[in-house]
Design a protein around this ligand. Structure first.
Ligand SMILES: *Cc1c(COP(=O)(O)O)cnc(C)c1O
Length: 366
């Protein structure tokens, strides 16, 4: 069977180094807020090009903490609106509603799955304070028009970079395009830990200090609490593993690009719409490779019968979820159609050429 994502194989690429590090941390007797997190934060900030990187417990918390800090700093208030793509993963929306901010959904571009920048301005109201851009599937969404809108209306651009570590726009990495960014190191992400992990990157010193404090009970100094904080820290073991894997992320993303190029060149089934490859290939790190087809469920069943695992990212859009009844009466036709047609096929740095051949062959015979 061809797995959707072979996590064991991915992590065994770094087996010796990871095992050594895990043993070091185990024997050190120091498990939180130590040298491993410090080292990973420095290396991540350097890689992304930001002044600050703060390790946190997971990707959702990274985004929650950014908005929580903006509220604590008086830059945003409960009830303010944040523009966010209608077809994002639910975590982007949860990060807003958890802070009492109102998600204002905007349709994606039908060709590249990312928020349609030309529809942002019409969604802005006097309460709008931020745009939460999501580099969905690993593809950058950013341009000068977006920058100009943010400047014109004084909006913070926050990046949900959970799916796009290593991607760049005009040689600037995602995570350094806006005012702050949230990363996820969930095991299945392009840079995955052996459990949960996340980070925030920013060049804003005040924001960085506030996030670091809020993530640690609201305290920058032991037993002195300046915020009603929470506990959201990256632990030493996860940081150590991430530090081993970070230097390889560009190579691993390049392998994903090569597979995406092969799929785009060699899948020729007229029923299937392939994803767009951006003209600057650095703008995509192919966290997932998503095809579209009207009879999606038939194709998925056929691929399962042929021992090829696939996943749907995602079957139900946020505004149709039971958890968001206040959004249930809204209609987003592009988003809704997308959710009925998308299917993610295997892509990873550890797939063999034969596996890619098989997938292309089987899909072309459908
Ligand atoms: C994975 C993901 C998150 C959440 O990250 P976790 O580490 O699982 O909390 C947020 N946004 C997007 C777009 C994601 O893909």
């Amino acid at each position: 069977m061809i797995k959707f994502l072979d996590l064991q194989k991915i992590n065994l690429l770094h087996q010796q180094a990871i095992e050594n590090k895990l043993l070091d941390v185990f024997r050190s007797g120091w498990y939180l807020l130590g040298s491993e997190v410090k080292s990973f934060e420095e290396n991540l900030a350097q890689y992304i090009g930001t002044n600050y990187a703060i390790g946190v417990a997971n990707g959702l918390d990274a985004l929650r903490l950014i908005y929580r800090a903006y509220i604590e700093l008086g830059i945003m208030q409960i009830g303010d609106e944040v523009i966010v793509p209608a077809n994002t993963y639910i975590a982007s929306i949860l990060a807003l509603s958890d802070n009492g901010l109102i998600p204002v959904l905007v349709e994606p571009n039908d060709d590249n799955f990312n928020i349609d920048i030309s529809k942002i301005e019409e969604a802005i109201t006097p309460r709008t304070k931020s745009i939460l851009i999501v580099h969905l599937q690993g593809r950058v969404v950013f341009n000068n028009e977006l920058k100009n809108i943010a400047e014109k209306y004084n909006l913070k651009i926050v990046e949900d970079n959970a799916q796009a570590i290593g991607a760049s726009w005009n040689n600037i990495k995602t995570g350094n395009l806006g005012d702050a960014a949230g990363f996820s190191f969930y095991p299945g992400k392009n840079l995955g830990a052996l459990g949960d992990g996340g980070a925030v990157t920013t060049n804003d010193e005040k924001l960085a200090l506030a996030i670091r404090a809020i993530a640690n009970y609201g305290s920058n100094q032991k037993y002195i609490n300046i915020y009603k904080g929470l506990n959201s820290r990256l632990d030493e073991i996860q940081a150590a593993v991430l530090d081993v894997k970070l230097p390889f992320i560009d190579d691993e993303n390049e392998k994903r690009r090569q597979i995406a190029n092969r799929y785009n060149n060699e899948i020729n089934n007229p029923k299937i719409k392939l994803p767009e490859i951006p003209t600057d290939s650095n703008e995509h790190v192919w966290h997932v490779y998503v095809i579209r087809i009207e009879d999606r469920d038939d194709l998925q069943n056929y691929l399962t019968e042929n021992n090829i695992q696939t996943i749907i990212h995602y079957p139900i859009p946020p505004h149709q979820q039971e958890a968001y009844q206040e959004l249930n009466n809204l209609s987003f036709p592009i988003t809704e159609k997308m959710h009925k047609e998308v299917l993610s096929i295997p892509i990873s740095p550890v797939m063999t050429a034969e596996e890619v051949n098989t997938i292309i062959d089987v899909i072309n015979k459908f």
